[in-house]
Ligand binder design. Structure first.
Ligand code: GRF
Length: 216
């Protein structure tokens, strides 16, 4: 491996971007060595995370789904932008769109997502945001948490890279549980990215030689 090579992250987000912020801070503090954010992409031009990225001087791009014929055309444009910025690894950080074939094929086993539950529990289509925590509290689960996983064509179904567990308290509302889990997300995501890069990128040889399919 070229010692000066920096692994380039392409962040996709739709909202406030607190996970993106935590990852960027980990990079700035040297906790994610040889890694940099190449570009932050959003499907909402007014996403808080996009503003944050701009304030940090990072490259950004916004795509409006109305401008595209269908999901595949949208994802093809996103993939082309990521490739134009030499992105090695795509990080979904509160991105509210399902990823379709053109993007999956451009980055096979090279897209990570964070989900606010202990997958495979409370995952899948429609299990997003506060709905996850509402279901966990409703079912009086003893534990919940967060999971970083590889993105495949099965929603929330790809190989698990890392997980953190938190207790669910009797006094919890979906909102208090969400907040407790979010704190763990901010620690887990950088750690998982670091471990993923160490395992699948930062070995001898070029990225193309790695056994991508072994993961999915
Ligand atoms: C997080 O809870 C994450 O698990 C989910 O979306 C939320 C994003 O939050 N995928 P933020 O935009 O990173 O603050």
């Amino acid at each position: 491996m070229n010692a000066s090579k920096k692994w380039r992250l392409g962040m996709l987000l739709s909202g406030r971007g607190s996970n993106f912020e935590a990852i960027q801070e980990a990079i700035e503090q040297g906790q994610l060595p040889n890694t940099e954010v190449a570009i932050v992409v959003s499907n909402h031009a007014d996403a808080g995370g996009l503003m944050l990225a701009q304030s940090k001087g990072l490259k950004t791009a916004a795509f409006d789904k109305q401008q595209f014929e269908n999901r595949a055309a949208f994802d093809r444009a996103v993939a082309e932008t990521l490739q134009a910025h030499q992105v090695d690894l795509v990080i979904l950080a509160g991105y509210d769109r399902i990823i379709s074939a053109p993007l999956l094929e451009a980055y096979p086993a090279r897209i990570l997502n964070i989900h606010p539950s202990l997958l495979p529990a409370y995952g899948g289509k429609g299990m997003v945001g506060i709905k996850v925590h509402e279901a966990v509290v409703e079912n009086r689960e003893a534990h919940s948490g967060c999971t970083v996983h590889i993105v495949t064509d099965v929603v929330d179904g790809g190989a698990i890279v890392g997980q953190r567990s938190v207790p669910v308290l009797d006094s919890d509302t979906p909102e208090t549980l969400a907040a407790r889990i979010l704190e763990q997300e901010h620690q887990l995501y950088s750690q998982a990215i670091r471990e993923f890069i160490a395992k699948y990128f930062a070995q001898e040889g070029e990225t193309d030689s790695y056994e991508r399919n072994a993961l999915v």
